[in-house]
Ligand binder design. Structure first.
Ligand code: HEM
Length: 183
């Protein structure tokens, strides 16, 4: 093979190898982004937190199709799974010896910024879950009597409030999770 043709082949191989090396570096970056210090209980609770607003929006689609019984069933399951996840998270924190012990690996633990973000996240999450559980019991009682009916207005208002709270909780949980277990 003439010399310049050999050079071109070598250049081509070098280009391909460089692309491979770039891709591998990107994958390694991705892995370090996804690897976290949280255990499976916290990861499970985080996944439930992310799924709750999405699944709640799906339950609204059921309302629009007038499938009220399915909407009731899905909301009941979601709220129960949510409460169990929060109880599991709380138990995990206590077993670790408190949130301070669990956050030991984070460079943000104890910082003012982290404390404010975590406090806002917890306050909204607690109010949202309290409203969710209240709405669940009140709506199950009212179903077939005043819902649909006079209770519908309050149900819709509180319902959209809960879904907004679940969305905020998922967003703020993502920030807390990142600062506590990834950064
Ligand atoms: C488990 C008991 C529940 C029952 C029996 C129930 C039943 C209903 C019914 C019958 C409607 C239609 C009301 C009407 O158009 O007059 C409705 C709408 C709605 N529900 Fe529920 N629901 C329950 C739980 C929940 C929960 C816990 C939430 C909050 C996450 C929620 C959020 C909503 C929302 C936002 C709407 C209004 C949808 C729209 O804007 O059209 N529901 N529900």
């Amino acid at each position: 093979m003439p010399r310049c043709a050999l050079d071109r082949v070598a250049e081509g191989i070098r280009d391909v190898l460089e692309i491979r090396i770039d891709q591998t570096a990107a994958l390694v970056d991705m892995n370090s982004l996804l690897s976290s210090r949280a255990g499976w209980v916290i990861n499970g609770c985080y996944l439930v937190t992310l799924a709750a607003p999405v699944a709640s929006l799906f339950s609204i689609r059921l309302v629009r199709r007038k499938e009220y019984a399915a909407h009731r069933r899905l909301q009941t399951i979601l709220a129960c799974v949510g409460v169990v996840a929060v109880l599991a998270l709380e138990t995990r924190i206590r077993l670790a010896g408190g949130s301070g012990a669990l956050l030991r690996g984070s460079p943000h633990a104890g910082s003012e910024m982290f404390r404010v973000i975590a406090a806002v996240h917890i306050a909204v999450a607690v109010c949202t879950y309290a409203a969710w559980v209240w709405l669940l019991f009140a709506s199950r009682r009212a179903f077939g009597k005043t819902l649909p009916g006079p209770f519908s207005r309050l149900h819709k208002r509180v319902g959209w409030g809960v879904i907004s709270g679940l969305a905020f909780t998922a967003g703020s949980a993502s920030v807390v999770y990142y600062l506590a277990f990834v950064a």
